[in-house]
Design a protein around this ligand. Structure first.
Ligand SMILES: Cc1ncc(COP(=O)(O)O)c(C=O)c1O
Length: 353
């Protein structure tokens, strides 16, 4: 450990905490024994033991009897004090601005008034209410990406979209390319799917096209956060968006795109890569917990449509069930062709412009 102020155990616990927060120590991972870590770092076992105890107290390590401690995140309600909102204070502990209370309230009141018109139907809408999908279409169009309602699926948040995609597109031991570091909850979602993560490190200036393409050759899927990347804040350049040509389907998480503070917002990734599956959320733009997300292939002409002639039938589990397209969504056809072509299928070349 390099020399920094403070006792060695505190420097160690601070460093480990940072590794957990930026996703380099995966949630659920078992930490080394006190003896092994002390030997590897050339410090005493007391130093490691004290650092581990601090992490347990702060909620970053979970302990069980006769088992090694595992990495966890602190329970928000217990450990993060609710910030006091004042006009001059900005809470930097959350990557989201304050919810616009009055606007949100008015929107909910207006939505409630419109609700009765949906009572006459059964209430199940696999792809989301049409008005909402049309609103998502207009959002993409305002960003310069023409799309259609049929390419949009509404979920109750970006995490919901990610979980659906992971469950339907991946099988245990599949390889998934992720940014390194990345949004920690996506790691949890993917680990639950028992896939193998292939992290590709971000450099100080952003994404390494060559490394991503190499990693993509043997992967079933890639998950990238090109806009105001969580946790680094980096934004993928237009040149990289155009150069990148991954051999596997790509999910782009655009949850952060609406929190652009200055300058022009980044162009949609799917403009250069029409086959990308884009997911988004209003939880950053309007307030956490509002949760609607558009998920689909807005850039693909006619692709990503829900195939209404094939009702969902995914209750039996396993790859066969996945192949029957439980979402009734054409992303599966793309996933299947990638599977059967054993990595040889490539995405169409990016469009110019
Ligand atoms: C990159 C990224 N994706 C998804 C989410 C979660 O979005 P939602 O609240 O819509 O599930 C977050 C929240 O921090 C995020 O940073």
């Amino acid at each position: 450990m390099e020399r920094c102020p403070g006792p060695a155990h505190q420097r160690l616990s601070d460093r480990l905490m940072l590794l957990v927060l930026d996703g380099r120590l995966v949630l659920g991972a078992t930490v080394p024994s006190e003896r092994d870590l002390a030997a590897a770092l050339g410090v005493s076992r007391t130093t490691v033991g004290t650092a581990y105890r601090t992490l347990v107290e702060e909620g970053y390590l979970a302990t069980r009897e006769r088992a090694r401690a595992t990495v966890r995140l602190p329970d928000d309600d217990k450990h993060v004090p609710t910030p006091r909102r004042t006009p001059t204070a900005i809470d930097l502990s959350f990557a989201a601005p304050q919810a616009p209370g009055e606007i949100l309230h008015a929107a909910f009141v207006s939505a409630l008034e419109k609700l009765p018109r949906h009572y006459e139907r059964h209430g199940y809408d696999r792809y989301g209410i049409e008005e909402l999908r049309d609103a998502v279409v207009r959002w993409y169009e305002r960003r310069g990406l023409p799309t259609s309602r049929d390419s949009i699926l509404v979920t109750s948040g970006a995490q919901h979209a990610l979980a659906l995609l992971a469950r339907t597109m991946l099988a245990p031991r599949d390889r998934v390319v992720i940014d390194h570091p990345t949004y920690p909850h996506v790691i949890t979602t993917l680990v639950a799917q028992q896939v193998r993560l292939v992290p590709v490190g971000l450099t100080a200036v952003g994404w390494d096209v060559e490394q991503l393409q190499t990693a993509g050759k043997s992967a079933k899927l890639a998950y990238l956060i090109p806009d105001f990347h969580n946790p680094t804040g980096l934004c993928m350049s237009r040149a990289v968006r155009q150069q990148l040509e991954l051999a596997c389907p790509t999910i782009v998480d655009e949850t952060m795109v609406d929190i652009c503070l200055d300058g022009a917002p980044p162009v949609p990734f799917a403009l250069a890569q029409p086959d990308a599956i884009s997911i988004g959320s209003v939880s950053k733009a309007f307030g956490e917990g509002c949760g609607s997300a558009g998920s689909g292939r807005p850039g693909a002409s006619g692709a990503g449509r829900p195939t209404s002639s094939r009702p969902g039938s995914g209750n039996t589990g396993g790859r066969a069930a996945r192949d029957r397209d439980p979402l009734g969504w054409r992303i599966h056809e793309s996933a299947r062709s990638h599977r059967s072509a054993a990595g040889a299928t490539r995405h169409p070349r990016p469009r110019a412009g």
